[in-house]
Design a protein around this ligand. Structure first.
Ligand SMILES: Cc1cc2nc3c(=O)[nH]c(=O)nc-3n(C[C@H](O)[C@H](O)[C@H](O)COP(=O)(O)OP(=O)(O)OC[C@H]3O[C@@H](n4cnc5c(N)ncnc54)[C@H](O)[C@@H]3O)c2cc1C
Length: 413
């Protein structure tokens, strides 16, 4: 009987340390310097390095990486419990060396890079001496990779890349662009001639690659391996986003409950109104169901150690995430009334973010298709006119099995 939902006390101590550290040191920093790790000012840099050293001393740096890849090797379940805390504090992932999009890029570099590539790029990325972006989506369509056209053509001892990428998050400030071409993933230093970043959109960049020449050793993993590497990268990213989304939901939920107990209207607190109670109950139920799905998926990743075997679970988490987040943020907004609808509260931003969650790393619809396909793999069609669950048919089968018992029962009564 191995079902167990408890956290071992030793690890709970780590979680308590993380909670205290984030509350006391990370959150205040974020309000003053929202992107502190990238601020060039030496005083801020020294402060950030100090915080990061504390994290390293706790053995929590780059906590998404397995031990053999250079991290603490927590595994996904423990990482889930940590991310439920870090997800509350926007600056925390960077201060723990675990911020997207670098995390996914480091993961594929660690798994598929040559020793030379790891030395040149993984080490500075891990140390945050470099930053990276992931350039996959193209303007003509992101949901269907078969529409992608960006290609690298070999010319002597160089690759020449041509194509156009859309919504590369943080591309403008990245040192390295991980470019998904039809024939592999290539690492392109952003300053390479031919890389042109369009002025809009500002944060998720449109990048044109024109005759971009890079040495042969900038191909990551096997030629034609783009799909495998992308799946590995996106699989991890999706579940990690979900872990942090639990934190966002919990935060909105806590605010909703506090407000319901504080605000008085028509002679009583909001918490006494049944429709408000319904919002609180629905939010709690959805949040708990989502959390259990995320943690169970994390547990399954640890069990199988192969993302391919948990694709259905990850897609289910990915498809559930935007709806749960949107529902809870919207209810929190509603319960706060006009204040909730203002930008003095985080709910409006959270509602928009919930749409981001339903698009980034693939839209909800595509993930639902994945879930349905994989679920249906476990079923076979019924070759009879009436389905297996047709009650007269089941009754007939039961009578065939227990007919004699029934007959004896009828004779004696
Ligand atoms: C905040 C954010 C950050 C992102 N960061 C990055 C990044 O760093 N790098 C990167 O490469 N990309 C990034 N993306 C892009 C993201 O991967 C794409 O938005 C996503 O893959 C969808 O592609 P699209 O936007 O072209 O939508 P489309 O492919 O045009 O799809 C539009 C809509 O069509 C519907 N649809 C699509 N397929 C189906 C289907 N099979 N069945 C039913 N309906 C369907 C869905 O409603 C979907 O939203 C980011 C996106 C967001 C929102």
């Amino acid at each position: 009987m191995a079902w167990d939902f408890s956290t071992d006390p030793e690890f709970q101590e780590k979680l308590d340390w993380i909670q205290r550290f984030c509350e006391e040191r990370v959150e205040p920093l974020h309000h003053i310097f929202p992107h502190a790790v990238r601020v060039p000012d030496p005083v801020v840099r020294a402060y950030v390095r100090d915080l990061q050293q504390d994290v390293k001393d706790q053995g929590l740096w780059a906590l998404f990486l397995d031990e053999e890849l250079g991290g603490p090797g927590l595994g996904q379940l423990k990482l889930g419990l940590v991310n439920e805390i870090l997800g509350r504090y926007p600056a925390a992932p960077q201060l723990f060396g675990a911020a997207a999009p670098d995390t996914g890029n480091m993961e594929i570099l660690a798994a598929y890079g040559t020793d030379e590539q790891k030395k040149r790029w993984l080490e500075p990325l891990l140390a945050q001496e470099m930053f990276s972006a992931y350039s996959m989506t193209e303007p003509q369509g992101g949901s269907d990779p078969r529409l992608f056209k960006t290609v690298a053509v070999r010319d002597g001892d160089e690759w020449v890349i041509n194509g156009s990428k859309w919504f590369t998050s943080a591309g403008r400030v990245a040192d390295l662009l991980f470019v998904m071409c039809t024939n592999g993933i290539f690492i392109v230093p952003r300053k390479t001639p031919g890389v042109e970043i369009m002025p809009e959109p500002r944060n998720h960049n449109h990048i044109i690659y024109t005759d971009v020449r890079i040495p042969l050793d900038h191909l990551l993993g096997p030629e034609d391996g783009a799909h495998i590497l992308a799946q590995r990268r996106l699989g991890g990213g999706r579940i990690h986003h979900a872990m942090r989304t639990i934190a966002q939901c919990t935060m909105a939920f806590d605010m909703m409950c506090e407000r319901a107990l504080s605000r008085v209207t028509q002679g009583e607190v909001l918490a006494r109104k049944q429709m408000v109670q319904e919002m609180i109950a629905d939010s709690w139920i959805e949040m708990e169901m989502f959390r259990l799905l995320v943690l169970r998926t994390a547990w399954r990743i640890d069990q199988y150690n192969d993302y391919k075997l948990v694709r259905k679970d990850i897609s289910a988490v990915k498809a559930a995430m935007p709806g749960v987040y949107r529902n809870i943020a919207s209810r929190a907004l509603q319960i706060h009334g006009s204040l909730g609808a203002s930008w003095e509260m985080p709910f409006g931003k959270e509602v928009i973010e919930s749409f981001h969650m339903g698009l980034a790393d693939g839209p909800t619809e595509v993930h639902k298709v994945q879930v349905a396909r994989r679920v249906l793999d476990n079923y076979v069609p019924c070759d009879d006119l009436f389905p297996t669950g047709h009650l007269p048919k089941r009754r007939a089968a039961a009578e065939a099995k227990y007919g004699d018992v029934l007959e004896r029962h009828l004779e004696t009564h």
